[in-house]
Design a protein around this ligand. Structure first.
Ligand code: 3PG
Length: 219
């Protein structure tokens, strides 16, 4: 059973973390040696909260390396698809976990876990399932493709307490617009760390992109 009092406190600290972060880069690391310099380049640009996606064979090791070597980074795991992924996140002391979706199995596993969890939703029913399990902060995914800001506003009508981290199709050109929505705590996206820049070790351009993102007005 969900302990809603504990989960409410966890939701509040998650909301504070995401609001302070404003922008959460969605990071895919192919080569372990890129992990630490990439995290350092984001931190140098003012971005500390990082989502390392579990999409590559080195993802978990990469997240562990960042946790060990970049103390200013606040590392969460993304692309968490099931209870086993959630356990992986807990095993490396990730500060939070995010999923693109909200399956019943994952919501149940997350209710039992101590790791702060952000499920992904794109419909009212998925949001209702997340809320029923005590998750008020959700990833709206894929945000642009699933209807953009007008869809977010429509979801905010019946669910005024839900708070969103829109991800999917967000970039420097539209992030500020999303951030000005009353129920958006932060935006996520891969635009801050393009694969080509990671591959080429263009850390300065990632720092510049991070800085530009942090200069965006928020609310
Ligand atoms: C995610 O997993 O959150 C998305 O892949 C990020 O979407 P984007 O690449 O459009 O930013």
């Amino acid at each position: 059973m969900t302990d809603h009092s504990t989960s409410a406190a966890r939701q509040e600290s998650l909301a504070r973390l995401f609001s302070a972060a404003k922008v959460v880069p969605v990071i895919t690391i192919d080569r372990i040696e890129d992990a630490v310099p990439l995290a350092r380049s984001l931190v140098a640009g003012g971005i500390r909260v990082l989502e390392i996606t579990l999409r590559t064979s080195v993802a978990l090791e990469a997240a562990k390396a960042i946790i060990a070597e970049v103390p200013d980074a606040i590392v969460g795991l993304g692309t968490v698809l099931d209870g086993a992924d959630l356990a992986r996140a807990a095993s490396i002391d990730a500060k939070f976990a995010l999923s693109p979706g909200a399956t019943p199995e994952l919501l149940q596993a997350a209710s039992r876990s101590h790791i702060p969890f952000v499920p992904g939703i794109a419909t009212a029913s998925e949001l209702m399932a997340a809320l029923a399990h005590g998750f008020e902060i959700v990833k709206f995914f894929p945000a642009q493709q699933a209807g953009g800001i007008s869809a977010l506003r429509a979801l905010g009508g019946p669910f005024p307490h839900a708070r969103f981290c829109p991800t999917g199709g967000i970039s420097v050109t539209n992030a500020a617009e999303w951030l000005s929505e009353r129920n958006v705590v932060a935006v996520g996206g891969s635009w801050l760390c393009p694969a080509a820049d990671i591959r080429a070790g263009n850390w300065d351009s990632i720092t510049a992109r991070a800085r530009q993102a942090m200069e965006m007005p928020a609310r």
